[in-house]
Design a protein around this ligand. Structure first.
Ligand code: BTN
Length: 241
């Protein structure tokens, strides 16, 4: 059993994310959020994870110095929430860019610096409950090829301050999404990505072609030799060719 410490914190002017559960160590903040049946707007943050989960069944190595948290959102079953992973990507890229320059989005919501991954987001939706887990390499040493920490790009970053800024940014973009839909955020996503016009392979398809757009549902639009294909953010990975 992981050692668990609970601490409830209220962040001044943030109202969507009203309660933060801080853990010294946990298996996975996503798993913990699921187990604890937390209320809408809760955030679970841990200093380290022993069994962090990534997309496509991969793990997420989570030593002290990184930022690992999960947002709990009761989105219901009627809403069209398929663009939400991209909304979170834009919001987090915005907050991280106050510290580090040159961060871009890779569909659906990886944040990269010169092709190396700084942040990954794992959204798990089950019966109207959305758990959005975010892993950011902040001050942790990295041994993985293809990954980089913010501290190697722009120096030491205060993890608590960063979390607070990210939550405020997500709050801002989430409200924009709730009120006006994906239209404006979709344009923001495109501005912050370097994928448009690039040749890619969609593994699991396999689909090979040029990225033309992101559509109103958050699908990646790829022009292939067989015609235009739309890919929904799911268990696929994209490779540049
Ligand atoms: C990816 O594979 O790119 C997504 C990685 C998501 C990792 C985060 S860390 C906090 C949260 N808890 C987990 O177990 N996974 C997510």
């Amino acid at each position: 059993m992981p050692k668990v410490f609970l601490k409830l914190v209220l962040i001044g002017d943030v109202f969507l994310f009203h309660t933060i559960v801080e853990l010294e160590e946990v298996d996975s903040t996503n798993e913990f959020a699921l187990r604890m049946n937390l209320s809408d707007g809760s955030v679970v943050v841990a200093k380290r994870q022993t069994d962090g989960r990534g997309r496509k069944g991969r793990g997420w190595i989570s030593p002290v110095g990184g930022l690992y948290f999960s947002l709990v959102l009761h989105v219901g079953t009627d809403n069209n929430v398929s663009p939400l992973p991209l909304v979170f990507g834009v919001a987090i890229q915005e907050a991280l860019s106050r510290y580090c320059h040159g961060l871009s989005l890779k569909w659906p919501n990886d944040i990269l610096h010169e092709g190396k991954k700084v942040c990954g987001i794992l959204c798990e939706l089950n019966e109207g409950l959305l758990i959005a887990g975010v892993g950011i390499n902040v001050n942790n040493a990295i041994e993985l090829e293809g990954a980089i920490s913010m501290c190697s790009i722009c120096g030491h970053v205060d993890e608590h301050k960063l979390l607070s800024e990210i939550l405020q940014s997500i709050e801002h973009f989430y409200q924009e999404f709730a009120q006006n839909g994906f239209t404006r955020i979709r344009e923001e996503w495109k501005k912050r990505s370097r994928m448009l016009g690039k040749e890619v392979v969609v593994e699991g398809g396999p689909i090979r072609g040029k990225v033309e757009d992101i559509d109103e549902r958050g699908c990646l639009v790829v022009v292939t030799a067989e015609g235009t294909k739309k890919i929904l953010a799911g268990d696929v990975s994209i490779r540049f060719i």
